[in-house]
Design a protein around this ligand. Sequence first.
Ligand code: CAA
Length: 240
Amino acid sequence: MGRVAIVTGGTRGIGEAICRRLQRQGHTVIANYAGNDEKARAFSEETGIPARRWDVGDHEACLAGCAAVAEEFGPVEIVVNNAGITRDGTLHKMSFEDWNEVLRINLGGCFNMAKATFPGMRERGWGRIVNIGSINGQAGQYGQVNYAAAKSGIHGFTKALAQEGAKFGVTVNAIAPGYIDTDMVAAVPAPVLEKIVAKIPVGRLGMAEEIARGVAFLTSENGGFMTGSTMSINGGQHMY
Ligand code: CAA
């Protein structure tokens, strides 16, 4: 059965793979994005998936964006909170702004999107929320106090909201990707990335599609008994 699904940060990287996969599952997918109009236009032209621009870290913008999607396509039943940024640096070099932006967007975005869509899911008795966390929220990472805190927060947020949604047919799960072959990971300095990849038992970076397959399961009817969980897809880098 086709549902209306929003994927935040959906026009690039892991989000793009999730959009394409959910579309293949027969859903009406809407990709949210924050800034890159050119990429969003190319993505929409190629996939036929509409892209809508708003900042997930902006509470009012999220409410308005989700309301507009619901008006145009129908009630939102699937939300994938994928939008995220990095502002890496060791604590002694990290500015307050780098801390705050990562928390505002990566973790605040989950709250804002849930505020906009969870009440409707609860009322209708069906919903799926998948939050994209990270191996670095589970294990920590040198140079990422902001990102690790936000992603770790996402894992707690997931478990709390899952308890609130359970009896209303709304599942809330997280996926914790390891190092996936995306622009975000490509921005890690090459010698640092080499050392990280050397520690991945599977011996390679993950593919965005490998995360999308997890999302496909969690958002399906078959995923109905799975809630509050974290699916780790990391090539064995952190067994948690
Ligand atoms: N553990 C202990 N020490 C470390 C270390 C580690 N993991 N990594 C670096 N160091 C040490 C270095 O050996 C160096 O020490 P010396 O000066 O004594 O040799 C010192 O820290 C400084 O290291 P850098 O030269 O790297 O410092 P920098 O200020 O230039 O850069 C950094 C710091 C920006 C954090 C850089 O190391 C970096 O980019 N690291 C990668 C962070 C990372 O993995 N980000 C993931 C992004 S992708 C993502 O987040 C997606 C996801 O969900 C997985």
